[in-house]
Design a binder for this molecule. Structure first.
Ligand SMILES: CC(C)(COP(=O)(O)OP(=O)(O)OC[C@H]1O[C@@H](n2cnc3c(N)ncnc32)[C@H](O)[C@@H]1OP(=O)(O)O)[C@@H](O)C(=O)NCCC(=O)NCCS
Length: 213
């Protein structure tokens, strides 16, 4: 089995490391600009430039970059790693429920307590954070982030790179466009176009709509 190398040394990297350790997966170390106090017991292998010295056949890469207001940096890192020929590993927490009928692509992360129900599809690099619920037949687009405690009802479509914020809810059958941001706590009851930030209950575009992530 290939060893794992984690990119990043912050809070999200710590969460994915915990999930990998609970699965007894072999983690060689992490790459970050400087040693991190939040990565106890794991070797700091150097900065991102050390990636050049790794062999794609020997290690699988884990994306340890989190997202708060934008998914862009996380997506860029994933794509740079794939361009260099590496596999971006899935991180599926052992205490997440993922229905066997769900589709889970390369580089997807599903963290503690999340539920991914039957017929759901998580596309490349998607992040389903702790305690989020992805109901039946819902599609989470590439590199989108469903933040902790968010709930997507059945048949929802989340566009690539979108962020569904902490505790937000999206009712059944709704589409959220690529790169859009659903603010923490919002309840989305109608389709959201691409590149828009919505907040509130029911969710409405902010006054400065037009902002892209
Ligand atoms: C919606 C969001 C992206 C806006 O971020 P921002 O552009 O930095 O916005 P600001 O903090 O400057 O706030 C701008 C205004 O929007 C309001 N606002 C911000 N977030 C809001 C939210 N989730 N719901 C309602 N109003 C919100 C602020 O109160 C402020 O209002 P004011 O102008 O009347 O004072 C952000 O607040 C948010 O909810 N992000 C999701 C975070 C998240 O889920 N992270 C996951 C970590 S794992």
């Amino acid at each position: 089995m290939a060893e794992y190398v984690l990119l990043g040394g912050g809070g999200h990297a710590r969460s994915v490391l915990a999930a990998l350790r609970l699965r007894d997966l072999p983690v060689r170390g992490y790459l970050a600009p400087a040693p991190s106090t939040t990565m106890p017991g794991l070797a700091h292998l150097g900065g991102d430039e050390q990636l050049e010295l790794l062999e794609p056949g020997d290690v699988a890469i884990v994306n340890g970059l989190g997202t708060t207001e934008s998914t862009r940096a996380r997506q860029a890192l994933h794509e740079a790693v794939v361009r260099r020929g590496f596999t971006v590993a899935q991180v599926l927490h052992p205490r997440a429920f993922i229905d066997p009928g769900a589709k889970v692509a390369e580089g997807v992360q599903v963290l503690a307590g999340a539920v991914v129900n039957v017929g759901a599809e998580l596309q490349e690099g998607a992040l389903v954070n702790s305690g989020a619920i992805i109901e039946h037949d819902t599609v989470v687009g590439p590199h989108a982030h469903v933040a902790p405690g968010a709930v997507l009802a059945g048949g929802v479509r989340i566009g690539g790179g979108a962020l569904v914020g902490l505790g937000a809810r999206v009712i059944q059958g709704i589409s959220v466009g690529a790169g859009s941001v659903v603010g923490a706590g919002a309840v989305v009851v109608c389709d959201i176009p691409a590149g828009v930030t919505v907040v509130g209950v029911p969710a409405r575009p902010r006054a400065d709509e037009g902002r892209t992530q």
